[in-house]
Design a protein around this ligand. Structure first.
Ligand code: NAD
Length: 491
């Protein structure tokens, strides 16, 4: 068995003010990418249901903000314990609906837990500050929560991406509304149950189901003060513009087209594994996936090894499925056009033999497109499937020129045994996360997650220290008690 599917069809509900309520709008069936079977259903929430949910969250805000951070942290500690206790169930649920392998789902949740642990450390680190700024005058700074805030998530990490947002937002005293992707709403149901079991006051953590219309109503609601978003670049930009158009703060992460630069002195074993894991992990459906391999000079023997390793991957056990039929057809379309445009289809993963018992799943095997020209669709667009495009260049300067033209800015990796080459690439790379002999250079906390260019709209990163300023305001209190204080500048 590749993954445990839910025993019966899961009906997704909103978590509104601590109450589970089924949305009243059009219902969408959730089909497992593995089996092609319906495993859940989710309705669209109406504008009135959005308003009710936001107002219930607002009602909880005075209770939640009044708690000292150490008290709030106790709920998050309980939440963490329950998440870890239910890790197998959560991993199977996320895998079943998003198409990733169970191990990948588990690794994603553990990365999310790491952000939760960062949030839990704030109680001891984010103590603000106080200083005597003039004689007898003190200035004190503290963080103030914003109120009700929202997090809008993509399909590819049903548990991890929300975990990038709500632990920190909640620890800082905000009430949080999670809007999961309508393609994968089932994992959030388990997370909501865990939140209820953790004892958060009703309305502190809410779940809102729906697609575009629901999301827009959420962004537009006047009581929603900040919007965190992770998804594709066009939507990230639209959400950013919509939220900031209302004068709200927004931090929106978008898509990617990550370049992996391979030079002749690269260590073969490390490079083949690093490249392969990066482009086939999560079946290429992750924003840190390798997408374009920039081959510098003669690296043919390395490339042949990558191709051989790609041919050996067993779909199902070794690589998961594609989220839906439309996505699969889009990926197949890009591969087809690449060959028409003159690239060489070195490994063709289209229409593979499906794993036994999972014939109705959305399968594609690893695919390698070689000798692509930089301006081709396969070399420019985010494919979001297990497809590696290879572009060949003469030298490192050419590789970095190509890298700098990348519209997106999530990650750049270099595979080399030379410190000088690594430094050359790291210094010139235009993306936010750089890997040296690492194909998926996701920083571990407290080093923050975030890209540049069309991979991010807004300031700061989604995790780490900079996001504290996103989910809070800084309050400064300047105080004088004693008349003995000299009158000097502004005191
Ligand atoms: P998507 O943009 O289609 O959807 C993301 C969310 O936005 C969903 O919750 C969806 O309901 C909502 N939405 C869709 N259209 C909307 C609209 N017009 N207005 C408001 N909300 C709307 O993304 P997806 O297909 O679910 O996820 C895959 C994408 O996410 C890829 O491009 C991937 O690179 C990106 N991603 C980026 C990161 C990152 O950290 N940069 C992480 C994960 C995924």
């Amino acid at each position: 068995m590749l993954v445990e599917l839910p025993a019966s069809v899961v009906t997704c509900r909103n978590l509104t003010g601590g109450q589970w309520r089924e949305p009243s709008g059009a219902v969408r069936e959730i089909v497992s990418p593995y089996s092609g079977k319906v495993i859940g259903k989710v309705g669209e929430s109406s504008q009135a249901e959005v308003a009710q949910l936001v107002e219930a969250a607002q009602a909880a805000f005075p209770i939640w903000r009044a708690m000292p951070i150490k008290e709030r942290a106790q709920y998050l500690f309980r939440f963490r314990e329950l998440m870890l206790a239910k890790l197998p169930q959560l991993s199977h649920r996320a895998a079943a609906e998003a198409g990733k392998t169970v191990d990948e789902a588990k690794a994603g949740i553990m990365k999310g837990i790491e952000v939760l642990e960062f949030a839990l450390s704030l109680q001891n680190l984010e103590v603000g500050g106080v200083m005597e700024v003039s004689r007898g005058v003190t200035c004190q700074m503290s963080r103030e929560p914003l109120g009700v805030v929202a997090g809008i998530a993509p399909f590819n990490f049903p548990a991890m991406v929300p975990l990038w947002m709500y632990p920190i937002a909640l620890a800082l005293g905000n009430c949080f509304i999670l809007k999961p992707s309508e393609k994968v709403p089932l994992t959030s149901q388990l997370i909501g149950e865990i939140a209820v079991e953790s004892g958060f006051p009703a309305g502190v953590f809410s779940i809102l189901n729906g697609a575009r219309a629901t999301t827009e109503a959420l962004i537009d609601h006047p009581l929603v003060k900040a919007v965190g978003f992770v998804g594709s670049t066009p939507v990230a930009k639209a959400v950013y513009q919509r939220a900031t158009g209302h004068g709200k703060r927004a931090l929106c992460l978008g898509g990617a087209k990550n370049h992996l630069i391979v030079v002749p002195d690269a260590d073969p074993a490390m490079t083949v594994k690093g490249v392969l894991d990066s482009f086939i992990g999560c079946a290429g459906q992750r924003c840190m996936a390798a997408s374009l391999l920039v081959a510098v000079g003669d690296v043919d023997s390395l490339l042949e090894k990558v191709k051989a390793a790609a041919r050996d991957v067993k779909i199902g056990a070794g690589m998961g499925a594609i989220i839906d039929r439309a996505a699969l057809e889009r990926i197949e379309g890009i591969i087809g056009r690449a060959t028409k445009d003159g690239a060489e289809l070195a490994v063709d993963g289209r229409k593979p033999l499906p794993p036994k018992g999972y014939e109705a799943g959305n399968w594609i095997a690893p695919t390698v497109i070689d000798r692509a020209a930089p301006q081709m669709e396969c070399a420019q667009q985010e494919i979001f499937g297990p497809v590696l495009t290879i572009v060949r260049v003469k030298n490192l300067a050419e590789a970095m020129a190509l890298e700098s033209q990348n519209e997106f800015g999530n990650a750049t990796s270099v595979f080399t045994t030379s410190g000088a080459v690594a430094r050359y690439v790291a210094d010139r790379a235009t993306t936010g996360m750089i890997g040296v002999n690492i194909g998926v250079p996701v920083p571990r906390e407290p080093f923050s997650f975030g890209g540049t260019k069309a991979s991010k709209f807004g300031q700061g990163d989604m995790t780490g220290a900079s996001v504290l300023d996103f989910w809070s305001d800084l309050k400064k209190v300047t105080t004088k008690w004693s008349m003995q204080a000299d009158h000097n500048w502004m005191s």
